[in-house]
Design a protein around this ligand. Structure first.
Ligand SMILES: Cc1ncc(COP(=O)(O)O)c(C=O)c1O
Length: 454
């Protein structure tokens, strides 16, 4: 039986009514990607308030790698809820925080002593990684990248690249943040070609130390192994190795933001492993809590221990229910072999997307690692003009036919796969069929609109 079952048109009447209430009660600045409201979710499926059943390729933006309501996680949450909800780790600490920290120290790359700090959100974790890096190195500057996304707080917004909607109007930004090009080979900032470029963009970091900011003032390079909100841009392997080597040479901390790439998504627990690099600090969030708000900063013990007692923490950071969920989420990924599953999902997506590339000139680039995959759409293969409107049409078409899928990218012209890794083969194919028919429909409507281009 197909997983997608639509009882009303999308959005249905109950979702429309909730949208009306939402618009009256909720701040406009909170984005909504779909017009539906959730009632229930299980595995890789979601039911809305009108009884429509969707396949979920978004996973709450990469939070549900272990599936909606993963049994181990729900059981761990229930057990903790029955014990206590909050004492504050700084007031009456508890074992679950320590157990979750021990697990994080064990599963992150690097065969050395590590320590972990828990906070509430990805942005808060990135902020804390920067605080710790500055304290440890006693240096002020941070280097980040074009097309990066690190959050919406003052410092992380300053590290974020995309101006609209994340930065415009929210100035002034934090000081001592310097931005360099990422290895976005499909749109190279230097108009070079890989591999003949010899990774000029990575090597150029040395030049930055001469022209922009001296290396002795730089505390950390903060980088996503694959750009999440920047369009699932997936650099060549050497990119991170070169940057890591330059960091080590100048005693700059190498910090990977694995908030979207983490917890099995790329076919390894963390994408840093796929690139063969070992960050000094690794930042994680999203799927760490199986759906509960939690984020972690994990790093070399001597770095993490640099700030004084009381310099780190917060009222809610490392909530016991969220920590119990994290221990169960990590166990679920390991016991259910979700890293291997991510690899299989990714191969299937790539096979389908490669076929689409051959059929639809709209498909400009297909990329990703494991189950972190994406298609970048262009209006013309020659000019590579971003096809933003067409991308919106594709995601809208999918939603109306029962597939929740998100766009991404600085130009909003990328469709990304963040499907729960517990998706069945049948659900994956069913979802990909909808995506394929969306591409066909949008490609056809473009031909009708401009027959002379055919
Ligand atoms: C790579 C990356 N860093 C940071 C963040 C911010 O996380 P949060 O929304 O939990 O603050 C995100 C969120 O999408 C992200 O993808």
């Amino acid at each position: 039986m197909p997983s997608i079952q639509l009882r009303t048109s999308v959005p249905g009447p109950n979702s429309k009514e909730l949208m009306r209430r939402r618009e009256a009660a909720v701040a406009r600045g909170v984005y909504h990607a779909t017009p539906i409201f959730a009632a229930r979710a299980e595995g890789a499926t979601l039911e809305d308030v009108d009884g429509n059943h969707f396949i979920d390729f978004a996973g709450g933006i990469g939070v549900i790698n272990t599936g909606h309501r993963a049994p181990r996680i729900v059981a761990a949450i229930r057990e903790q809820v029955d014990a206590f909800l909050h004492t504050c780790f700084s007031v009456a600490p508890y074992e679950k925080y320590i157990a979750a920290a021990e697990r994080m120290n064990a599963i992150t790359p690097g065969n050395f002593a590590k320590k972990t700090l828990f906070v509430n959100s990805g942005a808060e974790a990135v902020e804390n990684a920067v605080k710790i890096a500055r304290f440890y190195t006693r240096r002020p500057a941070i280097i980040c990248f074009e097309d990066a996304f690190h959050g919406r707080t003052m410092l992380t917004m300053s590290l974020t690249s995309k101006t609209h909607p994340y930065k415009a109007g929210f100035e002034p930004f934090a000081a001592d943040v310097y931005r360099i090009p990422y290895a976005y080979c499909f749109r190279c900032s230097y108009s070079l070609q890989y591999p003949s470029c010899e990774m000029f963009c990575a090597r150029h970091l040395e030049d930055t130390f001469k022209r922009v900011i001296d290396a002795e003032s730089v505390a950390a390079v903060v980088v996503e192994p694959i750009l999440g909100e920047g369009g699932f841009v997936t650099p060549p392997r050497e990119f991170f190795q070169i940057i890591q080597d330059i960091c080590r040479r100048h005693k700059i901390l190498f910090v990977t933001d694995e908030i979207q790439t983490g917890f099995g998504r790329t076919g390894a627990m963390f994408a840093s492993e796929r690139y063969g690099v070992v960050p000094d600090i690794l930042v994680s969030a999203k799927s760490i809590g199986g759906g509960l708000p939690l984020a972690a900063v994990t790093g070399r013990a001597e770095i993490m221990d640099a700030p004084q007692v009381g310099g780190l923490g917060g009222t809610f950071g490392g909530n016991p229910v969220a920590c119990a969920a994290a221990v169960a989420a990590i166990e679920t990924i390991e016991r259910e072999g979700l890293c291997a599953r991510a690899e299989k999902i990714g191969r299937r997506f790539e096979a389908r997307a490669t076929d689409w590339r051959n059929r639809f000139p709209l498909v400009g680039d297909v990329r990703g690692l494991g189950a972190m995959r994406a298609i970048e759409f262009v209006r013309s293969p020659e000019t590579r003009e971003p096809a933003r409107e067409e991308t919106d049409q594709i995601t809208r078409y999918c939603c109306q036919r029962g597939l929740i899928v998100l766009s991404t990218g600085t130009y909003g012209n990328v469709v990304r796969l963040l499907v729960p890794l517990v998706v069945t083969d049948e659900q994956l194919e069913e979802g990909l069929d909808v995506l394929g028919s969306a591409l066909a429909s949008v490609a056809e409507s473009r031909l009708e609109a401009a027959p002379h281009e055919a």
